[in-house]
Design a protein around this ligand. Structure first.
Ligand code: E4P
Length: 217
């Protein structure tokens, strides 16, 4: 399973990249706004700054919701860097736009996916990635990880090539469970990635080894 970081924060992207296990970045308009980015030029420059840190796929989301607008915006985003993936919402014109980008060799990430039916449509349109939002599914008292499992089963049976990108990750256990049920990618906040490091027995064991190592000097 690939690890993407789900943030527009450059310091966090650098920190995750320095770990050596980062496979890509996802952003969305809310994450960009959180970094105080304002204006089209600043947005495009920020995506370029991210691409300069990570030589791997970077999802950049369109704001338009009509086909022509999404295609125009997506073309401008894709022109920033070879690693840009155009992120498009799961709406009717979005599916048409994904198909257009697929036919024109531009990678896409179909976002705001909450059902297996939506994931089938994204795959039929040729999306590179499909992003089920598992944390938000959990918030509605459904099982987000089970949605990943269902989509994974369908894609395997049908031979769809679209990669399942588990999004809206809220904790480290989400990452482990997504790996168990066949997610191709998990896009995570930095805290959830670093949370995978934690185990009290590791800390206790290391303290004992370091104590005993003093006797070796
Ligand atoms: C990623 O592509 C999504 O935009 C993101 O994971 C949404 O996460 P949230 O539900 O925490 O906002």
């Amino acid at each position: 399973m690939k690890f993407f970081i789900d943030t527009a924060n450059l310091a966090q992207i650098k920190e995750a990249n320095d770990l050596g296990i980062l496979d890509g970045v996802t952003t969305n308009p809310s994450l960009m706004a959180k970094e105080g980015i304002k204006g089209t030029e600043a947005v495009l420059k920020h995506y370029k700054d991210i691409c300069d840190i990570v030589n791997a796929p970077v999802s950049a989301e369109v704001i338009a919701t009509d086909f022509d607008g999404m295609v125009a915006e997506g073309k401008a985003l894709a022109a920033i860097d070879k690693n840009i993936v155009v992120k498009i919402p799961m709406i009717k014109d979005g599916i048409k736009a994904i198909k257009w980008f697929t036919d024109n060799g531009i990678a896409t990430n179909c976002t705001l996916v909450f059902s297996a039916g939506q994931a089938i449509l994204a795959a039929k349109a040729g999306a590179t990635y499909v992003s089920p939002f598992i944390g938000r599914v959990d918030d509605g008292n459904w099982d987000g990880v089970d949605l990943i499992r269902q989509i994974s089963d369908i894609y395997t049976i049908q031979g769809f090539q679209t990669q399942i990108l588990a999004a809206s990750i809220r904790n480290s256990l989400h990452i482990v469970r997504c790996a168990e049920v066949g997610a191709d990618v998990c896009t995570c906040p930095l805290d959830s990635i670093l949370g995978l490091l934690k185990h009290p027995l590791t800390d206790i064991g290391l303290a004992k080894f370091l104590e005993d190592a003093k006797g070796l000097k």
